[in-house]
Design a protein around this ligand. Structure first.
Ligand SMILES: C[S@@+](CC[C@H](N)C(=O)[O-])C[C@H]1O[C@@H](n2cnc3c(N)ncnc32)[C@H](O)[C@@H]1O
Length: 245
């Protein structure tokens, strides 16, 4: 069954409040890295998977993309997208990626920011994405980094010394792929852990060439704005990949 945690009232309330803050991990770290992987989007026909509140789809149109189909499983997210980032050249669709169907080779560029770790069957959706892309099309996605998703316990993965300082980061169960549950705003948020080799080999098996990978580091100015980013100098939260069909 597909999870739709962003329509859980308490989860959504807290997630929305987080994304309203001027400085957060998305605005200072993940999105700048994600955008740095984009090709020139002028005139491109795009699909954004897990589009959330539509900021990125709107950014693509502002940068002259021809059209963006923006899909998301959450009604809450799309309500805000349609209210705040509506545009004649963006179609917002209430649709899970797993159920989305479109003619082969419909898009020049497919993007997905921080949604694919919620998908159970990675192989099937990567195959679907490969089919939807035109030859030479580009697929850009970010996900929670496998060293962050690996551990099965729901506690903080940082281990602290007697003085309360971070001693080291615990990685365990890395080779045991599959479902994980974490407490993020609420208990029982489900996501899926996969090793880096599984992610890369799945892309290769569906005909993709890996063009670039990023494990973004914050700059000094960003750390000054959001000191929690300092942890990223020790272990990455995000993995980003640009792959070409
Ligand atoms: C962390 S949010 C990111 C939203 C947006 N991409 C951004 O960067 O602001 C993850 C989004 O993925 C959506 N999502 C999760 N599973 C999905 C699925 N199977 N199909 C489509 N969207 C999904 C969620 O509803 C949520 O809006």
């Amino acid at each position: 069954m597909k999870q739709n945690i962003y329509d859980h009232p308490e989860f959504f309330h807290q997630y929305h409040a987080l994304r309203q803050t001027p400085y957060n991990f998305n605005s200072l770290l993940e999105q700048p890295a994600f955008k740095s992987l984009l090709p020139n989007v002028t005139n491109l026909q795009m699909l954004d998977i897990g589009c959330g509140m539509g900021e990125f789809a709107y950014y693509c149109i502002e940068n002259d993309a021809k059209h963006v189909t923006a899909i998301d499983v959450s009604k809450n997210m799309l309500t805000i997208a349609q209210r705040e980032h509506a545009h004649a050249n963006i179609d917002y669709c209430l649709q899970a990626l797993e159920d989305y169907d479109v003619s082969p080779e419909s898009y020049d560029c497919i993007t997905s920011s921080l949604s694919l770790h919620y998908v159970k069957d990675f192989d099937t959706v990567i195959g679907k994405i490969a089919r939807m892309l035109r030859p030479d099309g580009v697929f850009i996605f970010s996900m929670e980094h496998p060293i962050v998703t690996a551990r099965k316990t729901v506690e903080d993965n940082w281990i602290y010394d007697d003085n309360g300082n971070r001693s080291h980061y615990a990685v365990d169960h890395y080779q045991h792929e599959g479902i994980r549950e974490q407490t993020w705003f609420i208990d029982g948020v489900v996501f899926y852990h996969r090793s880096i080799s599984t992610i890369i080999n799945t892309l290769i098996a569906h005909g993709f060439t890996i063009e670039k990978m990023l494990e973004p580091l914050p700059d000094i100015e960003s750390i000054q704005k959001l000191p929690a980013l300092e942890k990223e100098l020790r272990r990455p939260s995000f993995l980003l990949i640009r792959a070409k069909k």
